[in-house]
Write a new protein. Structure first.
Length: 69
């Protein structure tokens, strides 16, 4: 349960950080945002929601590959 709560907190932080204007971001600020997003991905990946997202993206990639042939 702690993982999901921390993931929700990180998701809110990411949304708030990405809503800021692009011109007002420094390189360091962008790097911090990337690190937070990666941490969020690591927290979401082992959950059932993360597995569902992985399966959906896998099916989408497979469909795109099949359509390209």
């Amino acid at each position: 349960m702690l993982t999901i709560n921390l993931a929700v907190l990180l998701a809110i932080i990411v949304i708030v950080r990405l809503r800021r204007r692009t011109q007002s971001r420094s390189r360091f600020d962008e790097k911090v945002t990337v690190v937070i997003v990666l941490a969020l991905g690591v927290l979401i990946a082992p959950t059932p929601i993360g597995q569902g997202i992985l399966n959906a993206l896998g099916q989408l990639a497979s469909g795109i590959t099949q359509a390209g042939r």
